[in-house]
Design a protein around this ligand. Structure first.
Ligand SMILES: O=S(=O)(O)CCCN1CCN(CCO[C@@H]2O[C@H](CO)[C@@H](O)[C@H](O)[C@H]2O)CC1
Length: 491
């Protein structure tokens, strides 16, 4: 049954609460080298290291949304969403990575998409950077090179100028943790720089400064004319003590959440600003023990602490799952030096029902705990959930996805009505099955099924699409039997 996880039984969303779905350029567009788009780091990785992708697929074609975006917009209209979150391909707009040359086709493509959305009265929520860095900038060091602060600001300036009359809601970065830790530290995402414990922290310094400069650019130059909003989407695997009565596990869970979420949220959303002190202290201690002459992560100076503070109109949260802290120590898989070793805690994923993604178990109550923690840690910020969803292997009768949405949305209702957490909207990941990074198309998160073996790439609504359509229409959690797994109902 669509079980409840709280004593109360909330099903209605507050007036004005909005619903959307999300995608990202590299995961859906395809047309990787069409009409002037240049190579990005995911093109380079999938073409040179196909072994890194579970099923050997890539984003050369993906869902071919570059050509089929009108179908996508029809699907969005069918789902009844208030907004559509998608990302811009930097290499399609600025093929050299810099503003010396604007690719007219890139500008045309996004204006066509924006016009199609406007015709259906669907608001765009646009991410400037969702992992697909132009290779030309990676060749200069990418996010480990502070020059990227200017390159990113220049790119954002072009986007604000070219699209700012239609786009009123901007996200600078999608999941800074994944960009810095997985791409510049731990070889899990493009450009897979193997610099664990060093490159990841160089990346976060540059990325947070670049984010702040873009926020100030919008504030100083565009906000008065365009009246939009600028935010950042920070992701959390939420950490909880395996034994809530174990004081050491409770303390280490807080440390882990500061390293995971606080790494990027603390500099922006707290009165104090700067990296969390526990993070600076741990990395300094480890760095000294490892023989480094300086800490691998150094606190921002006073200028940048002030420059970065307050640079987001909302707190964007991407959340999927919860992992548990089992004790102190260095995780056996932790490299030296590394972010994981710097935390000094042992974790396990063994909690909640499995999905098709090894890292993603179903733990709805963790979401409520994360949201309450954000309310108290960041002075009760206005929050948008900018991603939430679950993977399977591609069934159309996706009862587990419906159960996941029901249970995670129930937790949002619980914290809104019981804790006064200021959640303003929700974005389901994702509109349609798409290129799931290193999992390729083997792990599917879509409300629509995409048959990648059919050149027409047909999109077929799953049962969860019907669920979401009813949710957006009534603004109430559907309780119909047709959304309940008959196998479960029989028991
Ligand atoms: O170590 S591996 O690489 O073998 C497996 C780890 C894979 N990561 C885990 C964390 N996840 C964060 C959420 O990532 C988000 O959620 C969606 C689902 O993942 C993505 O499709 C979105 O693009 C992304 O914003 C991204 C994928």
């Amino acid at each position: 049954a669509l079980s409840q996880t709280s004593s109360a039984h909330y099903t209605k969303f507050p007036e004005g609460f909005t619903f959307g779905v999300a995608t990202a350029a590299y995961q859906i567009e395809g047309a990787w080298n069409v009409s002037g788009k240049s190579e990005n780091v995911w093109d380079r990785l999938t073409h040179t290291r196909p072994d890194m992708i579970a099923d050997g697929t890539n984003g050369d074609i993906a869902c071919d949304s570059y050509n089929r975006y009108r179908e996508d917009v029809e699907e969005l209209a069918y789902l009844g969403v208030d907004f559509y979150r998608f990302s811009l391909s930097w290499a399609r707009i600025l093929p050299t990575g810099q503003v010396n040359y604007l690719n007219p086709d890139g500008i045309r493509y996004y204006n066509d998409l924006l016009e199609a959305l406007e015709a259906k009265n669907i608001e765009p929520l646009v991410t400037l950077f969702h992992w697909d860095l132009p290779q030309s900038l990676q060749d200069l060091g990418g996010w480990a090179n502070p020059k990227m602060i200017e390159y990113f600001r220049d790119y954002a300036d072009v986007c604000f100028r070219e699209f700012g009359d239609k786009i009123k809601s901007w996200i600078t970065f999608n999941e800074p943790y994944e960009i810095c830790e997985d791409a510049y530290g731990d070889e899990k995402k493009a450009p897979a720089v193997n610099s664990h414990g060093v490159g990841n922290y160089l990346c976060s310094d540059t990325l947070l400064k670049a984010h702040a400069e873009v926020y100030h650019l919008y504030n100083d130059t565009y906000r008065s004319k365009q009246n939009g909003k600028v935010m950042i989407s920070i992701n959390s695997i939420w950490y909880e003590p395996k034994d809530p009565e174990n004081a050491e596990q409770v303390t280490l869970a807080e440390v882990a959440n500061q390293f995971k979420f606080g790494w990027f949220a603390h500099p922006i959303f707290t009165e104090e600003g700067g990296y969390p002190s526990i993070m600076v202290e741990n990395v300094a201690r480890q760095s000294e023990a490892e023989g480094y002459p300086r800490p691998r992560l150094e606190q921002f100076d006073e200028y940048w602490i002030q420059r970065i503070k307050g640079t987001s109109d909302f707190l964007g949260i991407n959340h999927y799952t919860t992992h548990l802290i089992t004790g102190a120590g260095v995780d056996p898989v932790a490299k030296s030096p590394s972010w994981l070793k710097d935390i000094g805690a042992l974790t396990t994923m063994e909690v909640g029902e499995e999905s098709a993604s090894e890292w993603l178990r179903v733990v709805p109550t963790g979401f409520a705990n994360l949201l309450r923690w954000c309310k108290s840690s960041y002075n009760d910020p206005p929050i948008y959930i900018t991603e939430n969803g679950v993977s399977d292997r591609g069934t159309l009768q996706d009862y587990k996805r419906i159960q996941y949405f029901n249970d995670y949305l129930t937790e949002i209702l619980n914290v809104i009505y019981e804790d006064g957490v200021n959640v303003l909207g929700y974005t389901a990941w994702t509109l349609m099955d798409n290129f799931e990074w290193r999992a390729g198309f083997s792990e599917r998160f879509g409300l629509y099924y995409v048959d990648i073996n059919d050149p027409a790439l047909p999109r077929t609504p799953k049962l969860s699409a019907e669920y979401y359509r009813q949710l957006t229409n009534t603004r109430e959690l559907p309780q119909d039997d047709r959304f309940k797994d008959p196998a479960v109902r029989k028991q």
